[in-house]
Ligand binder design. Structure first.
Ligand SMILES: [Zn+2]
Length: 249
């Protein structure tokens, strides 16, 4: 009689499609009588369904690998004990020829499957080079943060610039901005002294926020202020419109 606990352990493997036919048949039979295991399987399947959308899942997790290898060990021990009992011969020192074991082959396939799912997830997400640069800036140990504020023309607006000295790109976060008419755009400025240098044009989400990678024509530490104006759609080289966000100085 195989125990409920044994099947509980098989369920994650099953959700990944990594069981042998015999194991699967045994599990199916148990599932007919065990609501607990059915529910667990549904949960595990839901998790597997989510994998393609999870960026973190690039490699099989350590836990998954450990589970797999723990199973390989358990299977090996079982088959070796059975073989010994059948032969009734003095036990030889168990030889670990994992590659010859079907269970090991299965484990390898399962690990590869998880790795493939992860790679697929990465492709699905298509993390843009721009997003990768933004992530690198935000997580850089030398990142500096400057708070920007709404001007009297846009009192609810706010902004933040994240920058790493030595780089000429920064991450800009803004909020509290209005959606603009079709012929207008927000323009970001890197300011040195009294001299604004044109950077990116952008629009905002329906909730008035936006996060974007902004490019300067010099290293970020060579600027001392940052601002946002409302400009004609094609952008301008010197500010002409309403200043809505400003910071530094
Ligand atoms: Zn059960």
């Amino acid at each position: 009689m195989i125990s409920h606990e044994y099947f509980q352990e098989l369920i994650s493997m099953h959700a990944l499609g990594a069981l042998s036919r015999a194991e699967r048949d045994n599990l199916q039979a148990h599932l007919r009588d065990c609501a607990d295991c059915r529910e667990r399987l549904a949960q595990e399947r839901a998790i597997v369904q989510m994998l393609p959308r999870s960026v973190e899942m690039v490699e099989p997790s350590r836990e998954t690998k450990q589970k797999l290898f723990a199973r390989v060990d358990a299977d090996l021990a079982r088959t070796q004990n059975n073989a010994r009992a059948a032969r009734r011969a003095p036990a030889r020192a168990p030889r670990r020829n994992w590659f010859a074991q079907p269970a090991f082959a299965f484990a390898v396939v399962a690990v590869m499957l998880v790795a493939l799912v992860g790679a697929y997830a990465l492709l699905q997400n298509r993390v843009s080079p721009e997003q990768q640069t933004m992530n690198a800036i935000m997580t850089d140990p030398n990142v500096q943060q400057v708070a920007l504020a709404g001007t009297p023309d846009a009192p609810n607006a706010w902004g933040r610039v994240y920058m790493v000295p030595g780089h000429s790109q920064a991450v800009l976060q803004v909020g509290g901005l209005q959606t603009l008419p079709q012929d207008k755009v927000y323009e970001f400025w890197f300011i040195r002294g009294q001299d604004p240098h044109a950077s990116n044009l952008f629009t905002v989400n329906a909730d008035g926020t936006m996060t974007l990678l902004v490019k300067a024509n010099d290293k970020v530490e060579n600027f001392n202020a940052w601002g946002v104006t409302i400009e004609p759609k094609q952008g301008v080289t010197k500010p002409t419109g309403t200043l809505v966000i400003l910071g530094g100085g």
